[in-house]
Structure formats: C-alpha cells, structure tokens
Design a protein around this ligand. Sequence first.
Ligand code: GDG
Length: 478
Amino acid sequence: MSPQAQTKTDLDRKSIPGVDRLTIVANRLPVRRVEQGGRKRWQRSPGGLVSAVAPFVERCHGSWVGWPGYPEKEGPALKPFTHEDISIRPVPLSQDELDTFYYGFSNATLWPLYHDAIRPPVFRRSWWRAYVHVNRRYAQAAARAVEPGDTVWIHDYQLQLVPSMLRELVPKLRIGFFLHIPFPPEEIFARLPWRTQIIEGLLGSDLIGFQTKLGAQNFSRAARRFSAARGSDRQLDFSGRPIRVGPYPISIDVKHYEQLAASPEIIKRAEGLRDQMGRNRRVILGVDRLDYTKGIDLRLRAFRDVLERGRLSVRDCVFNQIAVPSREQVEQYQELRRNVEEEVGRINGEFSEPGLPAVHYHRRNLPVEDLMAFYLAADVLVITPLRDGMNLVAKEYVASRLDNTGVLVLSEFAGAAHELRSALLVNPYDIDGMASTLESAVRLSDRDVTRRMQAMRRVVKRHDVFKWADSFITELTR
Ligand code: GDG
C-alpha cells in the first residue's frame, strides 16, 4: 500500500463531528503549478501543513483560500477550480504586493519581531498598509467561499487580520487561527506600531492556537495589555465574545516518514552517501532553510571550535549542511548567506585534508528521497535555532530512525525541545557548550544512543500531525 493510500484509509475511519464544511485560509494554496511534457497542471504541494490539513478538507468537500505561488500577470484572473475534492480559491498577488506584504511586512517586520528580534525588525508604514490591504483580499475571498455556520481555519503570521475582517463580512462562522511561529514576549511585541490592530485582528477568532504554552501565554498577556480583552491565559473576552487560547504543538505524518525510511531505494542512497563520506567517519548533519533564526552560523562556529581544539578531527567526523535557499530578496538573508559561506570556506581552508573535506555545504532544495537518505546516513542531527516555532526537521529525523540509532542535538529554543526531552539540549548562544555537546554526541555510547532515540520515537509516534489537526478542529467545534 502506498504511503498516501495508508494515510487516507486511517483517516476515513475518523469523522469530524459538527463539521460539515471546512475552509482553510493560508498564505499559499495546497497545490502548485508544474510543467510536464510541455503541459502545465496542478499538483499537491509537499509539506507538513498540506499533508495534515488537506485530508480533512477533502472529506468535508471544503475549500482552500490562498496565493497560487506566482505573481499575478496581466490578463484574466485565475478562477476557482476543484483539485482532489478541494475547492481551490486563488488569491492573486501582484509583484508589488509580494514585495510589500510578503517580503516586507511579513518577512522583514513580523518574522524577526516574532523570533525575539534576533535581527532588527523594519517598521515601514507603506508595508503595513499593504498588509492590511492584502489581508482584506484574503478575507473577501474567504467570505465568497463560506456559508453562515461554516468552520474556517486561518493559518500563520501573514494573515493575522483575517479573523476579524472575515467575522465582519460573515458574522455566523466558527473561526480558528493557528500561528506556526512563536508569539514573542510582551516587551518585544510592544515595539510594533500596529500591535493593537494585530491583536484585535486575531481576536476575531473563537480559538487561537500556538505551538507552545509560552506562545499562548505571551499572546494572552499582550491581548490584555494592548486591547480591551479581559480574562485568563486560556480564555479571553472581547466584544462580548469568548476566545479560547491554547498550545497545539504541530507534528508530522510519522507513517509516511517511516515508510520512506524503509524503502530499499532510499536505504541504497544512504549507503552510497556513507561510502562517499568514509565509513569510519561520523556523519553530522544540519538541515534548515537558509534563515538567520536557524543558528547555522553559530553551529558552524562551534564545529570549528571542536576542530581547533583538536577534540575531533576530519578523520573522526564530517559535517553536512543542507541549506535551502529562502527569501533571497530580503537583505538580512543575503547577509546570513555571506556569513555562512565565509565560515564554511574558513573551516574547509583550515582543516580539510585531501579527500577529507571538513564540511559539505549543499545550498539547494533536495528531493525528499535525497533528504531522507541524508537522515538515514547521519549519526548526529544538529538543530540549533535561536528561536523556532516547532522545527519539523527534528521530528522527521526521529521518525526515520527505525533502528533507534542516531543522536539529536537540539536547541532549547525550538518548540520541539518541549517534547523531545531526550535530545542533547543546547543553548545555541553558548559556543563552548555547543562544542562540548557536539563532541559528546559523536562519542555517545550505543546504549545511550538507543535509550534516547527510543524515548523520542515514542513521543513522535504518539502525537502525529493527524492528532494535531484533529485536536484543534475538535476544540474549535466543541
Ligand atoms: C515553520 C516554522 C514550524 C528542508 N530542507 C528540505 C526540505 N525541508 C523541509 C523539511 C521540513 C520543512 O522543510 C522545514 O520545516 P521546519 O519546521 O523545520 O521549519 P520552517 O520552514 O521554518 O517552518 C517552524 C513549521 O512552520 C510548521 O509549523 O515547525 O517552527 O518556522 O518539513 O523536511 N524538504 C525537501 N528538500 C530539502 O532540501 N524536500
């Protein structure tokens, strides 16, 4: 049975009480346009959100409102269409809207602000106006897709004004909102010139979900301070309506990753990687979007430290960094790329030996089969974000380690650290601490490795992405 067929069968056994029709509103549609043999067609997009949520929407014959993934061109607008039982409602965005709403306000204002202001957020009034305008367009597209009494689930930081805008357009809706990134502490959120509007936008929901308890608390506190909302960390009252707030940690399609990990083709690719990198060397792996929140530069700095002090050598280990290009139009991302590439060059220049590079740097988006082969080939996965909503890579690595081998080094500032307590937890700002932990990870006894991985696999298997979506929708429709 194919992974997808298996997943569908499992889901068909469940039902969603009280949900006849579900509409998802997200920045992107669940489909992307691909060209095959000179013909363009739509294909289901990969990724956790789509694989978790799409099966629910299919069963309800629901709709998905989002951007199709390319700038609007001159000519007739893309009309709604149906793809695999989901009614697709495209929201076209012009290049100018992408520059101001998406790269500007979403990714140069909100993204850094919500990640502890690791980079200074840029506050520009024209970007804010574009954010309001584009959020209204999403709300209008959603309003056209729904009927009174429907359930709507809105996703992420790009669309925080949509809950209240949509409620104004269609009052009798059940509206849920889920934030995939952290919600910052009150004193950081306080800097945002439009903090009250953002809070009031979110308060249009009936249920607001966050990755962690801390995120939920931060939001409730900010809501009480910057709006007229009153109540506790779990329930607020605003405009005469109750709004529930809580943690709903996202997860992955565990069975899908387990099936990929058992595939002979992927096992063969992993063996090939091991042969190429040297059977006697421990393989250390990092996998991230090339984003300054992910701590790639600090992790490489710690690896250099380990080599400099002679605690490990290129004969003992090799570091692989997969860095997926991301938001390259934003200046802070260009700067990060320069820093990372300089550090890789420096480490290789100082420590590589003929046939034994210290770091392999892959700046590309790999096919999922190749990514899985890296997961299987890696003795140690190093995930060291300075702040991360959850981090699905950590969970995917754990799901793919069917034989309970593999060590996870994980930042305590990733949402995943609240669940994966048996990882080797690190503070990514502490270079000495990270260097020692890297060394321990490479030298950890087999017994310890197995014990830790078994514990983490239990956690990940118990709470997969379907449980996540189910628990949110169940609470929303309660
Ligand atoms: C945001 C939040 C939260 C990575 N490299 C390749 C590749 N990937 C896939 C991974 C994983 C996904 O990308 C990355 O997910 P993360 O969760 O690690 O990070 P963000 O993109 O920052 O996601 C995060 C998430 O939303 C969900 O709520 O966990 O905290 O920041 O699935 O496998 N996939 C392929 N090739 C690659 O080279 N095919």
